[in-house]
Design a protein around this ligand. Structure first.
Ligand SMILES: [Zn+2]
Length: 424
């Protein structure tokens, strides 16, 4: 699975001057004109005044002692405009994340943070999830998220979803629902038998990874794209933000279960070079907003086709696809690859294995008899189990390392996400 974790943000530099400096020194009035709505027992949606937040260049969210997570969603009025979170301050005024734009390229510069390993930015909307690692415990008080948008574009919506817990969140059981929208022209992926495969094989395989952490997918809703939509979205270019955003909006228009993960199941994912990834997702994605283009993640059916003559059975192919779906769902809920392919970039979780290039690149895999190659890329076989190849968020993914596993810290992040609710 070569997977894009977030749509590349390329902010035109002309937009920067407009909103960076005046917010840093004087703390402007908190965004007071906000409305709170209870989504369920433990989830509150805060809708802020988008005009005020745009003018401030910052959104503030006040948490109390029971609050365990917050997902900020800033949707830009112009869906083509990029947005970047430039700073997050905790209630004590401590900067827990900062990122700037490279003045020459307009690309986000290095991130300074103990908790985030990449710039929090995207096109059309930007979202941030706290805490991205269990090492960060949220405090009561006001968090301030400073941002900039390309060409100083205004926000259409500024929202926050706050999860609270009065119990022991790490000991309780949680569940989420999954919508799957089939955009595939072949009858074999639109019939009752395939729906049964989704409801049993895929779902069971996903839940086998989640179950040790008291997490589960409870309900899978299978939806079908119309014939016209299949024509447009059977093959999706992972580098074409507009096409994926359109597919996402079309899918969300068809959903009835709104507090759920949204998966577009396409025939194939492509790229500008031709071959595409097995899946891709915004990270984190936007929830409960049918108009946002970043509310879905994607997998392509052709990524895992059984070849029994080579030992890649249908059962293994199904397990790979299930792992692929959960991998993208993990990105959608903010998780990152434990190790990127160069073996020099790692997530911030303390319990996921790191496959660093100095140790693993070129290493032979004695178990499977696969020789290593010192080439600047750490593969599944070079990393092996010690380097994290069994983790469901390993950047690659090969059937030899099935069944895939989730680390306790990854589960601690997921169970705090707004899409999970307490199992009744
Ligand atoms: Zn990935």
């Amino acid at each position: 699975m070569t997977i894009k974790t977030s749509i590349l943000l390329a902010l035109a530099l002309t937009g920067i001057a407009a909103c960076s400096s005046d917010n840093d020194t004087t703390v402007t009035a908190p965004t007071d004109n906000s409305q709170s709505t209870a989504i369920n027992d433990s989830l509150t949606k805060i809708t802020a005044d988008a005009t005020g937040v745009s003018a401030d260049g910052a959104m503030e969210v006040t948490l109390d002692g029971d609050d365990v997570s917050v997902l900020i969603q800033l949707v830009v009025a112009d869906p083509d405009s990029g947005a970047l979170i430039t700073e997050i301050r905790d209630p004590d005024g401590t900067v827990i994340y900062s990122a700037s734009l490279d003045p020459d390229t307009g690309e986000p510069g290095p991130v300074v943070s103990d908790y985030f390993d990449s710039p929090q930015g995207n096109n059309g909307a930007v979202s941030v999830f706290l805490p991205p690692t269990p090492e960060l415990t949220l405090k009561a008080g006001t968090y301030r998220f400073t941002f900039l948008t390309e060409n100083d574009a205004a926000l259409a919506r500024a929202e926050a979803f706050v999860r609270s817990s009065t119990g022991s969140i790490d000991l309780e059981s949680f569940q989420a629902n999954l919508n799957i929208w089939i955009a595939h022209p072949d009858a074999a992926f639109n019939d009752q038998a395939f729906e049964q495969t989704i409801q049993t094989t895929f779902k069971d395989s996903i839940n086998t990874i989640l179950a040790p952490h008291s997490l589960q997918i409870a309900t899978v809703n299978v939806l079908k794209a119309t014939e016209a939509e299949v024509t447009r979205f059977a093959d999706i270019n992972a580098e074409d933000d507009e096409q994926s955003a359109e597919a996402c909006r079309a899918m969300q228009a068809a959903t009835t279960d709104k507090l759920a993960l949204n998966l577009v199941y396409a025939r194939a994912l492509t790229s500008n070079e031709g071959g595409g990834p097995a899946g891709f997702s915004p990270s984190p994605g936007i929830i409960l907003d049918d108009q946002a283009g970043n509310g879905c993640f994607f997998v392509g059916q052709t990524a895992y086709v059984a070849e029994p003559e080579f030992g890649f059975t249908q059962e293994l192919a199904d397990q790979m696809m299930a792992g692929n779906i959960l991998h993208e769902a993990g990105h959608f809920m903010s998780l990152q690859h434990p190790t990127e392919e160069a073996g020099d970039d790692f997530d911030q979780l303390l319990d996921t294995a790191q496959c660093d290039a100095a140790t693993y690149d070129g290493r032979d895999d004695a178990v499977f008899g696969v020789p290593g190659e010192l080439d600047g890329v750490v593969t599944d076989f070079e990393c092996g189990i010690a380097g994290g190849s069994k983790n469901f968020l390993f950047y690659g993914g090969v059937p030899q390392f099935l069944p895939f596993e989730m680390s306790p810290d990854q589960a601690r992040v997921l169970r705090r996400h707004p899409l999970f609710v307490k199992t009744p």
